[in-house]
Design a protein around this ligand. Structure first.
Ligand code: GLU
Length: 282
């Protein structure tokens, strides 16, 4: 039998300069590809924060680090049609409903005491279900679309995924009760984007033929949502590799706005790619 070629990816959002944490993520993803393919994806669905200048700087910094990737590079802002098709497929399963809540409505509902409900999960506050049960006939130009988590789980069998990274290694199961209380009805499409991070990542990882999703461990919990969405959309499963995060001396995760840590900053100071690798422990 032919062994499947390994395909990994680095999926930065062009919302700020690449910093040391990105260099680490990109180098790990490229290394994990081994003799297979390493791909790049520009995650620019947040049109208010994404900038072409940052995208150009991403390519430049990655080349400078010595990385190369297989073509084509995909850009999420050009794939809204694919996301719409996936949403239609999910809607066809009856697991999507329109949500008209504003943040203030959600905050107010969450302020009311609720028994046995986790108020904040890996996807932020667990949506209190105010619009659950609305029909797709209620969709307006301003609707967000949410996944009815309970219904979605009732359509899939027992789901698992393999994590190969150092932080949570092993086989993980999707536990329906935990999905409902800790994650809840995630947004699949935000009114300002026509999609959401979770939906686009799942659609794109499948479209790019990714066999191992490599990314930071801050996104480990999101994998449970992604595995469920893949199953609902009948997309092939992948393995996962969540790497540790590069932190500053105080143990704080490097945020993109920490400009002082930007790769471009070190470049202007005369650092070499080897210096960067040394700084991130590679
Ligand atoms: N675009 C995300 C980020 O820059 C990464 C998403 C992913 O790897 O799944 O943090």
């Amino acid at each position: 039998m032919l062994r499947e070629e390994k395909v990994t990816r680095f999926a930065p959002s062009p919302t700020g300069p690449l910093h040391l944490g990105h260099a680490y993520a990109a180098l790990i993803a490229a290394e994990r590809a081994g003799g297979g393919r390493f791909l790049l994806r520009i995650e620019d669905i947040d049109r208010t924060r994404s900038r072409k200048e940052y995208e150009a700087q991403i390519f430049d910094d990655l080349y400078w680090l010595g990385l190369s990737w297989a073509m084509p590079v995909i850009r999420q802002s050009e794939r809204l049609k694919e996301y719409r098709q996936a949403l239609e497929k999910l809607a066809g399963l009856g697991v999507v409903y329109p949500c008209h809540c504003r943040r203030a409505d959600i905050r107010a509902a969450l302020a009311a005491p609720q028994e046995g409900v986790t108020l904040s999960g890996p996807d932020g506050p667990v949506y209190p279900g105010l619009c659950r049960g609305r029909s797709m006939a209620d969709v307006t130009a301003n609707s967000a679309l949410r996944l009815d988590m309970q219904k979605a789980l009732s359509l899939v069998g027992h789901l698992t995924f393999s994590e190969l990274g150092p932080m949570h290694p092993g086989l993980h199961s999707i536990v329906p009760d935990q999905m409902v209380t800790q994650i809840g009805d995630v947004a699949l499409s935000r009114r300002d984007m026509g999609t959401s991070y979770h939906l686009s990542v799942v659609v794109d990882d499948a479209a790019q033929g990714i066999t191992e999703v490599t990314r930071g461990s801050d996104l480990f919990d999101a994998s449970f949502i992604h595995v469920l969405l893949r199953a609902l959309l009948q997309l092939p499963p992948t393995t996962y590799y969540h790497h540790d995060l590069i932190r500053d001396q105080e143990g704080k995760r490097l945020a993109k706005r920490d400009d002082a840590r930007a790769i471009s900053y070190y470049r202007t100071k005369g650092a070499t790619p080897q210096d960067i690798k040394r700084m991130i422990g590679l």
